[in-house]
Ligand binder design. Sequence first.
Ligand SMILES: [Mg+2]
Length: 404
Amino acid sequence: MQRIILHVDMDAFFASVEVMDNPSLSGKPLIIGALPGERGVVSTCSYEARKYGVHSAMNIKKAYQLCPSGIYMHPNYEKYKEISNKLHSIWCTYTDCLESIALDEAFLDITNNFKDFNEARKIAFEIKKRIKQELNLSCSVGLAYSKSAAKIASEEKKPDGYFEITSEKDFVNLIIDRDVRTLYSVGKMTAEKLKKYGIKTVRDVRKNSEKVIDILGKSGRFIVNLSSGIDERKVIPHEPKDAKSISREITFQQDVDNVTFLKDVLFLLSICVEKRAKRLGLYGNGVILKVTYADMKSITRSKNIPSSNDYLKIYVEAKKMLLKIKRGPVRLLGVGLYNLSEKYMEQLSFFDTLADNKVKSEGAKKRLLLAVAKKYGVNLLPYLDKTHLKGNLYETIEKMRSKL
Ligand SMILES: [Mg+2]
């Protein structure tokens, strides 16, 4: 089956976050890593600094020689992590199949969520627009049929770029005369080895495939396949053991203080949390509610619950917490499960059997979905899908909001 993969990569991430925090840095060569005179390397630099020849992983001493007028700063990982969490919450409104590569970079497999490349292209631009609007940051997005192709596509038009590679043929045509290191997994050492045999470009790999396999063995076969555009590697969502919580949140394009609407949004978010938890085979022992008000003040509330990953349990608890907090225009609403475990912890009372709840919960879900759909004139049937987030959660909620 044709896969649809997005690779999203923030442009000069650390530097851009610093500029966002302190706009007087805008337009200046900014180098994040270490201060001149200290030992260290450049972790990121602004595009203005790149004009001086400075790049990531360069020694600070060398950077200073090239760009003595630059502004040098230590990285502030706490700050970047916080923004990274916000990025992830935007990305995961489109798919649960999200592989995080770095704080600022991820693969999104949206094959199960969107129909074709045309729909996917709209999503790519929507993601770019939301990151700009909600975080005032720019990113580059590659749309493609494989991870390698998506990664190369996102680099193609950096910064603030978009590019797509929808077939193996297009992939090969694009990179055939590039250095072998363009191919995923080919590093400096491998490139050196191949160079001894006169193999320098992707074209050389294609012409000498037997030789490449001779020299490199199994990894040679992988590289030969890549040179023909074949890359079957899957987008691998986070391993369950890494997960501390599973949450979904949404930033509204305009602040909302309609409690009924907020409850309806909680309902949809709870369904998404349920899907994610079920796919990972995880149960939560607590429900968390997060609200950011129009003045950017955030609050979280949490409640311990008997082991569950049922949307109804999540929704009911989150709703109770929502009704207890201060009223006011809301900018962001989120809900999640925490204290995750891979085992369902039996805590059944005489009246409260699992099977009973399951039937109740599934029936209620359909009824509630149809009621909410009717109220706002939106299609919520895709949310009935048990395992995949089908449909565009962000678009759905914005459509609902526009009906207020
Ligand atoms: Mg980046």
